[in-house]
Design a protein around this ligand. Structure first.
Ligand code: 13P
Ligand code: SF4
Length: 315
């Protein structure tokens, strides 16, 4: 209790707000909401950070979420809880290689997922999130544009299949969602025929094909809250269960299988980088000012316009 009280005081003293993703621990999510911050998907995290009037934004999530907050609010101080908390998608897409890929295809509109570095966002025409990718690409496709897509090939495949857009694909993936296995999921579905299957689109296409609902973290939480089913099989990071239990306390939530039969870990979808966030680190960054996000001004200016396009489009 003392730790939580100390963080609350430090947030107040710094005129700071805590912005948390659904995948971080329940104690951080609860604290964010209790102190006027927010718990949300990556799109709403970005929007909240931009619209709030705090001097400091403390981001409980991964590095790209802190960078997005800084790009949208360069005048604010943005702190992340652990500088080493990154994302396999971000790591898979280094700016130099990505820039060469873009240079080789100048006739394509460059659309990148939010899970990328500030420099990659600065090289893009559009930034999208899982909650907005379908609509943005559909609209670009209707304008006759060819798309260069990075970095998540699974999300890219899903968006391409749904929209029919002409998409050149970067070869990146999320290590957490890629572990979901269609075979194991099918077996579970046979045992639980009345369960609804909820899948984040970073999952492989064979898993997406089995879904009743495919969507962003927010869309999956809304599905649990609004669908009539009593049981849900959920293929995304298990940090999301905290919010799902809160919005639908009576419902049965089951993790989709990852490693499959005979493996040590049947259901263990949790992002190691998200797990690096903790209450202790939250207090520490507020007290020391460590882990401040800094980004080159030129990069901020370029990245800002591609994120603004998204925010205006999804308004
Ligand atoms: P959402 O935008 O759906 O919250 O996804 C972010 C993420 O990192 C999923 O792995
Ligand atoms: Fe990145 Fe996957 Fe972790 Fe999300 S769950 S932050 S996409 S590695």
């Amino acid at each position: 209790m003392q730790l939580r009280d100390s963080i609350k005081k430090a947030l107040k003293d710094n005129n700071a707000l805590l912005v948390a993703h659904y995948y971080v621990s329940a104690d951080l999510q609860i604290l964010a909401e209790e102190t006027g911050g927010v718990v949300s998907d990556s799109l709403e995290m970005a929007r909240f950070g931009q619209n709030c009037d705090a001097d400091t934004i403390v981001v409980a999530g991964v590095k790209f979420m802190g960078e997005t907050a800084k790009i949208l609010s360069p005048e604010k101080r943005v702190l992340v809880l652990d500088e080493a908390a990154t994302c396999s998608l971000d790591l898979s897409c280094p700016i130099d290689e990505f820039s060469l890929f873009c240079d080789a295809h100048p006739d394509h509109t460059v659309v990148v997922y939010a899970n990328t570095s500030a420099a990659v966002k600065a090289r893009a025409d559009w930034v999208v999130t899982s909650g907005s990718a379908l609509k943005v690409v559909k609209s670009l496709h209707e304008e006759g544009k060819k798309i260069l897509w990075a970095p998540d090939k699974h999300l890219g495949h899903y968006v391409g299949a749904e929209t029919g857009a002409d998409m050149l694909m970067w070869d990146g993936s999320c290590v957490v969602h890629e572990a979901f296995k269609a075979e194991g999921l099918e077996r579970l579905m046979q045992k639980l025929p009345d369960a609804a299957v909820l899948v984040h689109p970073e999952s492989p296409k064979e898993v997406v094909a089995l879904a009743d609902v495919v969507g962003s973290t927010t869309a999956l939480i809304n599905a649990v809250a609004t669908m009539d089913n009593d049981t849900f099989i959920v293929a995304t990071d298990n940090g999301i269960f905290h919010k799902m239990r809160e919005v639908a306390p009576g419902k049965k939530l089951i993790e989709a299988p990852t490693m499959g039969e005979g493996a040590d870990c049947e259901s263990c979808a949790h992002c190691d980088w998200m797990a690096m966030n903790s209450l202790e680190k939250c207090l520490s960054v507020l007290e020391t000012g460590n882990n401040e996000i800094t980004i080159d001004e030129e990069v901020i200016d370029k990245a800002k316009s591609s994120i603004h396009r998204l925010l205006e489009f999804t308004q």
